[in-house]
Design a protein. Structure first.
Length: 155
């Protein structure tokens, strides 16, 4: 058994959709980034790549590479999954914590879990997404951005 951990954060900006775990979530701002800035998908991608010994998302999909401008991060997650499987380390289960003050993610958790499970080719029960606030503290508490932490077990 192998285990990988991933972390990511992105800053809120006006004029972009908020996409978390592959789901577009109604909000008055979105996350800034070269791709679609899906911080949840990025953290899970890094957990998979780390667990498989394949480096990290920045090495596989370099930022500022025109191919990944506005990229759908669920597609990047799928590509990382294929690479992990090819390396003999298929993802088996993932647990993710999203830290965000606003909006509340509870209505979207099940959809995020289903989308992520499909992308990493595991059963729906094998992906867990939890949302936490930062109790008003620091940059997350001030609503400046979103962070995500992911752990993935691989074969
Ligand atoms: Mg990122």
């Amino acid at each position: 058994m192998r285990v990988g951990i991933g972390y990511d954060s992105h800053r809120f900006v006006a004029g972009r959709p908020l996409i978390l775990g592959g789901i577009t979530i109604p909000h008055d701002k979105g996350l800034d980034g070269w791709s679609d800035a899906d911080v949840v998908a990025h953290a899970l991608t890094d957990a998979i790549l780390g667990g498989a010994g394949l480096g990290d998302i920045g090495r596989l999909f370099p930022p500022h590479d025109p191919r990944y401008r506005g990229a759908n991060s669920i597609e990047l997650l799928s590509k990382a999954t294929v690479k992990a499987i090819e390396a003999g380390h298929p993802p088996q289960q993932a647990d993710i914590t999203v830290i965000v003050e606003r909006p509340k993610l509870a209505p979207h958790i099940a959809a995020m879990e289903a989308r992520l499970a499909e992308a990493i080719i595991v059963g729906a029960m094998e992906v867990s997404v939890k949302a936490k606030t930062n109790e008003g503290m620091g940059w997350i508490g001030r609503g400046e951005g979103v962070a995500a932490i992911a752990v993935c077990v691989l074969g």
